[in-house]
Each structure stands twice: as structure tokens, then as C-alpha cells.
Design a protein around this ligand. Sequence first.
Ligand code: IPM
Ligand code: MN
Length: 354
Amino acid sequence: MTATRIDVIPGDGTGPEVTAEALKVLRAVSQRDGFTCELGNYDLGGERYLRTGETLPPSVLAELRTFDAIFLGAVGHPQVPPGVLEKGLLLELRFQLDQYINLRPVKLFPGVETPLAGKRPEDVDFVVVRENTEDLYCGVGGFLKKGTPEEVATQSAVYTRKGCERCIRWAFEYTRRRNSPKKTLTLVAKTNVLTFGHDLWWRTFQEVAKEYPDVKADYNHVDACCMWMVKTPEYYDVIVTTNMFGDIITDLGAMIQGGLGVAAGGNLNPDPGGVSMFEPMGGSAPKYTGQNVINPIAAICAMAMLLEHTGHEPSAARIMKAVQHVTGAKMKSQAAGKMGYGTREVGDLVVDSL
Ligand code: IPM
Ligand code: MN
């Protein structure tokens, strides 16, 4: 069996600490299940930028294309101005590798506290499929008369038929595969106001839905969706949405599943030969760096997602089971510094539970 080649970008702040725990779990599960991994390591992030001025050098990008998958810890550095690493590294990776799906499960694990009164793990279990390459993220816009009282700024949302169709089709396939009793795909958009861009999404959704008569095709405006996510999260099975709305509702999703300490996601290029990237949703948390207090559960779940998407489904399921044992029976809280254990100890607990 050939080795799975994983490129590791630990990144900034607490990124390296949570990455170390995800790799610890990877080593343990690969030994147990008998597969091998070959790991790359790239020092992309704030430190490298401050040292060299580079965010994603073309030579590194070319090497990344040769891996089976990428694991990313966190990017974000207090000395680097906002936007530099976000656009120059994270979004650049998503765009250059054409990772057009951002897959974000919202699942409340046993023992994890949700701010939603009375909701149990079976009530909070849905998945957001966020388009990941278009919309307001495309960087189209500009200034006119910058710095004057007459200043004009534009920021355009770009939607293409190809971009929304491939995302919507993937989401229908995913809903069919997930095969929950609800078997419902909800398009979340704002067709009542964004009457051009989201009309394209709406029409495409209706057309693609015809190919999936076994999946219930449903629609919510994004503002209503925020309401229902809090009031009746049990309503949702799979949500498909645009890049910007997906960004916003998945932070809400992260909170109702217990916080950024447990929320993981995958940036997928599902095409043949595509390279996908998996990351905990939380940032680099500079104030917690180096203290062994940050929660590694999200990073460990991101590693499980990586394994699921590289042909190691049983190992991924084993990790997810171990994580749920640890959150349910061991950890006091999912908040940094309140877990009842240190970062490394939580990693050890997951390894022991595999
Ligand atoms: C996320 C983040 C990024 C995004 C930022 C850091 C560019 O918020 O992964 O959700 O907006 O996509
Ligand atoms: Mn976000």
C-alpha cells in the first residue's frame, strides 16, 4: 500500500500546538490500522512573512500540488496587518488549489455544552456546504478618490454558473450519501434582495434538484436561517450556501456545537487529482500560545476529516468515536484553559481511546 502524503502547515500562534496533537493521533491510528503516512512540513505563516515578505511562494505552491492532502493548523499573527495572511495565504491556497467546497459539520458531541437551552446532541447534527471560491471573496473592487471626503469603495460579489452548479451538485450528492432520515438539502441565500447573483443560485438549485428526486430540496433566506439555527437546529440536515453567508453562519454553527475548540472544516477539491486542505476553524489565538491550554479537539477532528477524504474511512470513524468518548467522559469544558486537562493531555486521552 502506498503512503498517504500529507503536507503539514502548522502556522502561527497555537497552530503548532494543536497540529502536534492531531499528528499524535494520526501516528497512533495509522499504526493501529496499518497504513503509512509521509509528512511534509512547510513553515508558511506570519513568521515567514515577517522574515522574508513571502506568504505563498510559487515554488511551495507547486510542491503542495503533489500531496494527497494538506493539514493546516492556524494562520494569523499580531504583527502582520489584517488581510495579508488571510488573502495571501489562506484564501490563495483555497483559490489556487480550486478547493471549491468548504465542508463544515455542525455536530454537538456528547458532554459538550451548547448555549442553546434544552438542545441535545441529536438536535444539533447538520452540515454546511459553503461555496469556497467566489462571491465577495473574489477580490474584485476598488477605490475612487481614496482618502478624500468623496471617497467611493466597491467590493463586488461574483457568481458563475459553473461555480454555483458544481457546489450545488456536490451538496446534493453529499446529502444523498449522508442519507439521514431528513434527506434534505436547504439552499441558504437572499433571493429577495440579491436578485441577480442569488437568482442564478436559485435557478441552478431548482434545475440540479430535478436530478435528485430522492432528496428534498428546501430554501431559507439567510436571516431566517440564523433564527432557525438557534431555535430549531434539529430542522437541518445539509445546508448549501454562498461563500460569505457560509462564513458567517458557520461561526454561528461553531458556537451551537460548543465553540471554536471543537469546530473543524475541510476545503475540498473533489475533482480527480485535486488537493484538499483540512483545518480547525479557530484562529491562531495569540494570547493562549505556548501555554498548553488550547483545545486540540477541532484539529483532531480536522485530521479525521482528512483521513475520511483520503481513503481511510474506518480510521476517521475510529478517531471520531474516540473524540466523543473524551468529550463525553473526560473533559470538563471545551473552552481553552477550562478543559480539566492540558492540550497535550487531551491528545493523549484521544490516543488512549482509539
Ligand atoms: C474562515 C475564516 C476565513 C474566511 C478568513 C480568515 C479569511 O474566517 O475560514 O471561516 O473568511 O473564510
Ligand atoms: Mn470564518
